[in-house]
Design a protein around this ligand. Structure first.
Ligand SMILES: O=P(O)(O)OC[C@H]1O[C@H](O[C@H]2O[C@H](CO)[C@@H](O)[C@H](O)[C@H]2O)[C@H](O)[C@@H](O)[C@@H]1O
Ligand SMILES: O=c1ccn([C@@H]2O[C@H](COP(=O)(O)OP(=O)(O)O)[C@@H](O)[C@H]2O)c(=O)[nH]1
Length: 472
């Protein structure tokens, strides 16, 4: 069978047990561990600009190689300029906010877009030296919308697919990016584009129809910018059994410490990168409202928020961090007692295997992003629960996960009063209802597993008729 070559900006840490930076790295590593293959991406390190001359067409330093089980990891450093223009600039200053419907936080600099294209071409050159004609190439996420175009320029005719982990917005939102047409033209050099939800796939097809005179054929093929490509919906899943085994480690020392601190109080828990798209500000406000309206819950509940800093050199991330620090202090100042801290706010990351027993100990998982491609934490929380006495997942209707986990308590993350009510409902929910909701979520998660996500995407990519794969 043809070899699988994975490309993403972020790769998982090589050392087992280190905290993964986000759902993509966690999901791809879990998926690749079974099938094996080659994974190429950024090392997470930057080097001074002087290492690579500014106008160099060469891809820079040769990639470093490491092995993690059956996965061979090739990683490359970014120069400071590339990091600034591509990662911090166009990817996380323009694409991330816009694709999450936060156009007010997006900026656009032509120079950064050029940097984005330059790094995509550099990735393509590195990759071209590693792949053979029979390999299938599976690229990931918004950082690499231009990778297939770079590979085609170098003459590669391999089947190339992209899975977009984050939302694809309505055309009216995407077109706020001044270079949307150039970006989408490059994106159409992929043979297969996968989305988390049908709404995302539909929005992409709508864009091509409305803005690029595209067409959708009866068999689902899209035609635009002189290309034919396929699309599909592949919700990323989790390995329920592996997560349940991690969650069952009841003697973990950090769990003992948590239990001692709780002293029998109910635990409400949230975990995410400190990102404005995750809805922390609105969630803090909802919790404050809950405490103000439900004095009988004082001293009987604690909210643990784990929020490791992320992309901290992007201004919008610095602003949300400052704001949340202030809010956490204010809420505790308003309600805390000598023997009760209602909100514990931790700005550090934990390895996932340490998080799982904590989820299992939490009566409520509060996952309320303003927008999210999927949100794996929602699935991990549900997987961690004891089926006989499960906790309740309170989930944003705007997370991709809500399409599958509709047995959760769904909330609008902009509705503080609604979230406060949902929290009360979750904390008081009878065990029969909790079991029913949990069983329904577990059924969906077992069906839409991580394995199925990988197998369906890679299977569809492998099966593309060669005509589709080679036109261009
Ligand atoms: O690489 P970083 O800049 O540190 O950010 C971490 C990752 O965040 C995003 O994750 C997304 O993928 C998840 C898995 O499919 C999905 O559940 C979540 O909703 C998305 O936000 C980002 O898309 C990744 O590229 C980043 O590596
Ligand atoms: O301290 C932390 C915080 C998060 N995560 C993991 O990071 C991923 C976050 O993925 P999600 O899809 O929820 O959001 P993203 O960060 O990718 O936007 C999940 O697997 C979490 O378990 C982790 O291992 N340690």
């Amino acid at each position: 069978m043809s070899r699988l070559v994975v490309v993403s900006n972020r790769v998982a840490p090589i050392n087992e047990g280190e905290a993964t930076a986000g759902g993509l790295a966690a999901g791809v590593m879990d998926a690749l561990r079974h099938s094996g293959g080659l994974w190429f991406g950024w090392s997470g390190q930057t080097v001074p600009d002087a290492v690579v001359p500014p106008d160099s067409l060469a891809p820079g330093l040769p990639p470093a190689v490491a092995r993690s089980g059956p996965v061979t990891l090739y990683t490359t450093d970014l120069t400071q300029r590339d990091y600034n223009d591509y990662y911090r600039g166009f990817a996380n200053g323009t694409l991330w906010p816009t694709l999450h419907y936060q156009t007010g936080l997006a900026r656009f600099e032509r120079r950064e877009f050029e940097g984005y294209r330059r790094v995509n071409r550099h990735f393509a050159r590195h990759l071209a030296a590693l792949v053979t004609p029979g390999d299938v190439i599976w690229a990931h996420d918004y950082h690499l919308m231009g990778l297939a175009a770079g590979l085609r320029e170098l003459g590669l005719r391999n089947r190339i697919g992209l899975f977009l982990h984050i939302p694809f917005p309505a055309p009216a939102v995407l077109t706020t990016i001044p270079v949307h047409a150039e970006l989408m033209r490059a994106l159409c050099q992929y043979d297969l584009i996968g989305f988390q939800t049908e709404a995302d796939r539909r929005a992409f097809a709508d864009y091509l129809r409305q803005e690029a005179e595209g067409q959708e054929l009866p068999d689902g093929t899209l035609q635009a910018f002189g290309r034919s490509l396929r699309t599909g919906v592949y919700p990323i899943g989790v390995d329920v059994d592996a997560l349940r085994a991690e969650a069952a480690l009841a003697d973990a020392p950090h769990l003992t410490a948590l239990r001692a601190g709780l002293g029998g109080r109910a635990l409400v828990m949230s975990v995410e990168r400190l990102d404005y798209s995750k809805g922390l500000r609105q969630r803090f406000a909802a919790y404050e409202r809950f405490l103000a309206e439900q004095p009988d819950w004082h001293r009987r509940v604690e909210y643990l928020q784990i929020a490791p800093p992320s992309r901290s050199d992007v201004e919008a991330y610095q602003a949300i961090r400052r704001e949340l620090e202030g809010e956490a202090g204010r809420i505790n100042g308003r309600f805390a007692e000598l023997d009760w801290t209602p909100l514990r706010y931790l700005n550090r990351s934990f390895p996932r295997r340490q998080l799982m027993p904590l989820y299992a100990a939490a009566q409520v998982g509060l996952v309320t992003p303003l927008r999210d491609g999927m949100n794996l934490v929602a699935k991990e929380y549900a997987a961690a629960q004891n089926p006989e006495d499960p906790g309740v997942l309170v989930l944003s209707q705007f997370a991709g996960a809500a399409r599958e986990l509709d047995a959760a308590l769904l909330v609008n993350p902009h509705d503080e009063a609604g979230m406060a009510m949902a929290l009360k409902q979750a904390l008081g929910m009878a065990v029969e209802e909790r079991r029913e909701r949990h069983a329904a979520m577990l059924r969906v998660m077992r069906h839409n597993s991580l394995e199925r996500w990988r197998d369906r995407f890679v299977g569809d990519l492998r099966q593309l008729p060669s005509l589709v794969a080679s036109t261009g």
